[in-house]
Write a protein that binds this ligand. Structure first.
Ligand code: GDP
Ligand code: MG
Length: 163
C-alpha cells in the first residue's frame, strides 16, 4: 500500500492548487463510498523522486457558513483516517484565522502526523504568516507557493523520511 498524504485546511487556502501540482493529470477517483468521490479526490502524486497517494478535501466550497464547520470536521476526519500523514495548509497572506485554529485543534486531538504548510508565501509576502503559524503548535511551518511551485523541494525533504 502506498503512503497517503491528505491535504487539509479551510476553503481557499490552495489545497486543490497544490493537489493539481502534485498529481498533474494522474487524477484517479478510487473511493467507492457514496459521497466520498465528490468530496475527497485521490490522485497519484509525484514530487522529485517520491511517489505517493494524495487526497484533496474538496466539497467544502458549496457549504453554507452554517454547515461549513461540521462539514469540514467530518470531511477532514475522514481524510485523516485514510491518510498516513496530513499536510495542513493555511494562507500566509491571510495569516492564522479562527477557522485555522479549529483545524489545528482537530488535528492535534486526532494525533495524526502533521506537516504545516503556509501557502501563498511566494516572494516573501507570506513571511508574517509563517511567524504566526508557529503559534499553532504544530511544529515548524513550511513556506510554500502551490501556484508558483516554491517550497516543493523542502516539502520533499520533510516527506521523504515518512514514506
Ligand atoms: P482550496 O479551496 O483550498 O482548494 O483552494 P484553491 O486551490 O481552490 O485556491 C484558492 C485560490 O487561491 C485560487 O484563486 C488560487 O489561484 C489561489 N492560490 C492557490 N495557491 C496559491 C499560491 O501559492 N499563491 C497565491 N498567490 N495564490 C494561490
Ligand atoms: Mg479545493
Amino acid at each position: 500500500m502506498s503512503f497517503t498524504l491528505a491535504i487539509v485546511g479551510r476553503p481557499n487556502v490552495g489545497k486543490s492548487t497544490l493537489f493539481n501540482r502534485l498529481v498533474g493529470k494522474r487524477l484517479a477517483l478510487v473511493d467507492d463510498q457514496p459521497g466520498v468521490t465528490r468530496d475527497l479526490r485521490e490522485g497519484a502524486a509525484r514530487l522529485g523522486d517520491l511517489r505517493f497517494t494524495v487526497i484533496d478535501t474538496a466539497g467544502l466550497e458549496e457549504a453554507t457558513d452554517d454547515s461549513l464547520q461540521g462539514r469540514m470536521r467530518r470531511l477532514t476526519e475522514r481524510a485523516v483516517d485514510m491518510a498516513d500523514a496530513c499536510l495542513f495548509l493555511i494562507d500566509g497572506r491571510a495569516g492564522v484565522t479562527p477557522v485555522d485554529e479549529v483545524f489545528a485543534e482537530l488535528l492535534r486531538r486526532r494525533g495524526t502526523q502533521v506537516i504545516l504548510g503556509v501557502n501563498k508565501a511566494e516572494g516573501r509576502v507570506g513571511e508574517s504568516g509563517v511567524l504566526e503559524a508557529y503559534g499553532l503548535g504544530l511544529g515548524e511551518p513550511l513556506a510554500l507557493s502551490a501556484e508558483h511551485g516554491e517550497g516543493m523541494a523542502e516539502l520533499a525533504v520533510m516527506l521523504a523520511p515518512l514514506i
